[in-house]
Structure formats: C-alpha cells, structure tokens
Design a protein around this ligand. Structure first.
Ligand SMILES: NC(=O)c1ccc[n+]([C@@H]2O[C@H](COP(=O)([O-])OP(=O)(O)OC[C@H]3O[C@@H](n4cnc5c(N)ncnc54)[C@H](OP(=O)(O)O)[C@@H]3O)[C@@H](O)[C@H]2O)c1
Length: 277
C-alpha cells in the first residue's frame, strides 16, 4: 500500500491529483511563503493550493521552480478572486496568476466563491455562468489542466451544470470535524465532483478540543493527524496549512485508519467542536 503522500484521486477528466494538498492562505508573500512551500515539497507534498487573493503566488511559483522537482510531478491550484464575475475579468486574472506563478500552466483553476467575500450570498448566477464560459475556453486552450469551483452550494452547482459544456471537476469547501456540509458533499460525490476540504484544522480553532484529543490518543497519533485523516476517510481531499517544518511533516503522516465506530462518533460532533465563523 502506497503512503498517503504518494496516493492520488482521479478527477472526472482523468487527471490525477495528489490526495494531500498543502494550503497557503495567510502565508505572507516573500521568504515565509517561499520557505513553507519548499518545506512541503522537500517532505513529499506534491500538491500546493494558493489563490490570487492570497497575494503569495510569486513566492509559491519561485519555490516550485527552485525545488528541482520536475514541473509535471507537482499539482498547483490557484483561484479567481471572488469579486470577478465577468469574462474579461476572468481572462485578465488568469493571465496574472500565470505570470505570478511562472510555472507554465496551472493544474486546477477554481472560482474562489460564488459571491464576493464582501457580499456573501449575493446572487451572481449570471456572472458565474459568464466566468465559467471563460474557464472552459482556458481549459480547452490548455492553460489549465482542470477547472472547478469553491464554496459552491448545491444550487450554485446546479446553475453551472445547467449551462456547462464541461462540468466542474472540483468543489473546494470548508470541511473539518464538526463542520462537514454533508448535503453539498453528497451532491458532489454523486456527480463525480471531487470535494476538497479546506481548513481541516478549523484554521487552528480545533487544536485544543478535548474529545478529539482523546480519540487521537487512542490511535497514538496527534490531534492534527486525526483531524486530517478524518477527511480522507470521507473521500475528501485535505488541505492543511502550516509555516512550521515540524508541523508540515506531522500533517503528512497519515498512514492509519479510523475505525467505523470512531468515525461515526466524530461525525456526530456537530456544533460541539467549534462554531464556524
Ligand atoms: N477556498 C477557500 O475559500 C478557502 C478558505 C480557507 C482556506 N482554504 C485553503 O485551505 C487551507 C487550509 O486552511 P486554513 O489555512 O484555514 O488552516 P488549517 O489547515 O485548518 O489550520 C492552520 C492553522 O493550524 C496550525 N497548524 C497546522 N498544523 C499544525 C500542527 N501539526 N500542530 C499545531 N498547529 C498546527 C497552523 O499554524 P502555523 O501556520 O503557525 O504553523 C495554522 O495556525 C488554506 O491555507 C487554503 O489553502 C481555502
């Protein structure tokens, strides 16, 4: 059996995507982003998740270029800013991300959210349809190897499905013990849309949870390892983030199984773990 770090999921278009991704939100552009991505690559991660909005694409790209790992062995995701909802804007921003990263092509390009972060819930159905039309063109032109969405609920996805020639291959959503968005996850998995789980450690808010700690002790793993493994048990691709080399290593050591009865216990920890927001 291969280690998790060496395993892949396969997207609807046949593209392989490493099962563990490295998140880079809130990692400052410059030395910290550069070193963090280099640590991740040095310790076997082959999947890096960034976004235009994280303002660290240049350092992420430089670390990838300097790593001496062949480009085709690394899977790189970036995202169109959430407020861009028109064809020309999508085109301009993809060009910017390609220039910032400077790694030739992007493996996965996502619409960061169905609405601007400044106006969550705004009806952007028409805009998302227009943006998706450009995503399909960029995919067909080979600028990106796969395309998808993030923070989309079932209705947002159905809106894209209604007009799409090419369906989203990924939906990246918040997913951690106690916050699992089961309706969206089921809809995606039933429709062959890979679910990626962001904030598997609830951006740090889960780290002191006594119930999860107790379960981690039972498995002789750390709490972060149990939390990240939990996503894999649900066929959700985890994207943990850290700037510390020891945490980056720890978060990749996931070669254990959570028993069904323990998974069921963790599944029902809704609201008791941590509130989202
Ligand atoms: N699509 C979206 O809208 C969206 C939204 C949020 C996140 N994301 C993606 O998902 C990624 C992960 O989510 P996230 O950034 O919210 O954070 P996360 O992975 O849930 O948690 C990161 C926090 O946990 C700490 N940490 C990590 N490993 C640890 C360990 N082994 N022991 C102790 N502490 C540890 C980190 O500390 P240090 O950094 O100090 O080491 C950081 O404070 C993001 O970076 C981004 O790529 C996407």
């Amino acid at each position: 059996m291969k280690k998790v770090l060496e395993q892949d999921f396969v997207l609807a278009n046949g593209v392989r995507i490493p099962k563990l991704g490295f998140g880079t939100w809130q990692i400052p552009e410059g030395e910290i982003a550069y070193q963090s991505v280099l640590f991740a690559l040095k310790h076997g991660y082959r999947h890096i998740d960034t976004a235009h909005a994280y303002e660290n694409e240049k350092s992420v790209g430089k670390a990838i270029r300097d790593s001496a790992i062949p480009r085709e062995e690394i899977f790189v995701t970036t995202k169109l800013p959430s407020h861009i909802k028109d064809y020309e804007g999508a085109k301009n921003h993809l060009a910017q991300s390609l220039a910032n990263l400077d790694i030739g092509y992007i493996d996965l390009y996502l619409i960061h959210a169905p609405w601007p972060w400044s106006n969550i819930g705004q009806d952007c159905r028409a805009g998302n349809g227009e943006v998706w039309r450009y995503f399909e063109e960029a995919y067909e032109a080979g600028l990106v190897r796969s395309i998808g969405v993030s923070n989309f609920n079932v209705a947002d996805l159905e809106n894209i499905f209604a007009h799409a020639k090419i369906r989203p291959m990924v939906n990246q959503i918040a997913y951690f013990i106690g916050y699992t968005e089961d309706d969206i996850t089921k809809f995606c998995q039933d429709n062959n849309v890979l679910v990626e789980g962001y904030s598997p450690l609830a951006t740090g808010r889960i780290l002191n949870n006594p119930e999860i700690q107790k379960m981690a002790d039972k498995y002789r793993v750390t709490l972060p390892q149990l939390c990240i493994r939990y996503l894999l048990e649900h066929n959700v691709l985890p994207l943990p983030k850290s700037t510390h080399e020891n945490y980056i290593i720890e978060n990749s050591q996931l070669d254990f199984k959570i028993l069904a009865q323990d998974l069921a216990y963790l599944d029902q920890l809704h609201d008791t773990v941590t509130k989202w927001n």
